[in-house]
Design a protein around this ligand. Sequence first.
Ligand code: SAM
Length: 564
Amino acid sequence: MANVPSHGLRHVTAIRPWLPTFRRSTSLTIMRPWLPTFRRSTSLASLSSPYTEDSEHAQPKSGDKPNSYFPKRGQTLELVCESLAFKGKGLCKVAETGFVVMCDRALPGERFVGRVTRRKGTYAEVTKVETISPPWDFVDAPCEYASYCGGCKTQNLIYEAQVKAKEQQVHELIINFGKFSHTELESLSIMKPIVPCEIQFHYRNKMEFSFGSQKWLPKEKLMERQDGIENYALGLHAPGFFDKVLNVDKCLLQSEPANMVLAAVQDCWRDPQLGLSPYDVYSHVGFLKHLMLRTGRNAETGLRELMVNFVTSSYKPELLKPLLEKISAIPEVVSVMNNINSSVGNTSLGEVEYNLYGKSSITENLRGLTFQISANSFFQTNTHQACNVTKAEVLYELIEDCAGLRGDGSEIVLDLFCGTGTIGLTLARRAKHVYGYEIIPQAIADACLNAKLNGIQNATFVQGDLNKIDESFGKNFPKPDIVISDPNRPGMHMKLIRYLLKLKAPRIVYVSCNPATCARDLDYLCHGVTEKGIEGCYKLKSVQPVDMFPHTPHIECVCLLELR
Ligand SMILES: C[S@@+](CC[C@H](N)C(=O)[O-])C[C@H]1O[C@@H](n2cnc3c(N)ncnc32)[C@H](O)[C@@H]1O
């Protein structure tokens, strides 16, 4: 793919936090005056929030009814949480004024006292000071860290209520961000009920823990703060803190063997005799950055296998040796990798990687195929929901159903954002040829290997940046009959939207882990972008939410579009 300079800014429409009020509205003109536009940077990352934090563009236009009430910073309010919104935050309205406030960790039905922390455009954020009465569907959280950890925010909500809230969120986003009317969605049965996850714990096949020199402590324990080694932590970043880590000895979302590894590392890494130090995000001194644990399944034996990946700031294998000895004694550990990330950034992607023990990849089975997974390649994190062969509607089967391949081997599939090729390869059996595009070279290498491993010869994988395509894109493959697009959270770039609208493939299956950007892209593909003179040419056939991540605010969707 040719490199082109970074594209310009993009205009999108944002919605306001009181959107649930308009949920049943069929007339979008009622809502539109409240929908300010805002400018987005190339990454569009912040658009993952439908409730934009961009207050600059949040001024109501004439004809709106501005709410003169605005609570002061520091003010306490008695509130009742009405529903869950973006990032799993509780949406509440101030009595009598209807003014919207959002509160992290407030759950539907919960009555609480909240303190106003900041204004965000036309709504305010509050932090919970005290719960007066519990949520409607309260359950005790099995995890001891549930009330602090940024990962699971809704463990205190019964699972049925969690999935209901997710389904409702997707529905609202498709109406308000995607600009589809409620009537249209209802009459054509476009919105499908969410597919819940059969297992709600131990479902994650990948967890990334961070080493930190500043342990995060809850308020009541702040006095206990100690210096040096006592302040070191290995765990998950405390919500809102890039520099503080909540120390965890166990995570109920990952597999038992992964917890054994975590416990083994926790047991010894602070030992002064080992000379190990966590990387400090301020001084940029220190060795250990992250501990990544991936759980797979051996293709031959069907037994669990584990990859341990230490991300360090430099290559000093002798320092990792004592840890290596401990963890390699755990039978499920078949691979220990060391990714070196010498940059000041704190991502887990290394510039170089070394194999310290066993294999350099693990495997997983998916729809009868074997996939090889390396430390940095993407693989759906919920193996159960992605690959559970006993359940009919899991992710990959849904995708295959939506793709609707005739099965006579005559059709071309374009698999955009293909990762390690999982979707394309599961479709290859029924297609003439699959062409996959992906930015990460290692993932492309894995995809090619996965094709070989499974004896698939009708798949071609190409490395390239789909945000930087130019006119030459599409010249190297025949016109596809089916496009699969599975972008990460920022969704599709306008260049890709333009390309797809020009390409006019009969079907697009849009798989998304961010319903906000998904709804926006569906709007573009179906309704076009008037201000850019772009015409939409697809009709939305179905939107299927799937819960891949119980207890977290994340929602996966599989959407089908057909050429009009
Ligand atoms: C949600 S994952 C989907 C992976 C794959 N379809 C699967 O199911 O395993 C998104 C993928 O898009 C890739 N990606 C992100 N930005 C990209 C870009 N600009 N161009 C091409 N691929 C990109 C990521 O590396 C990641 O593998």
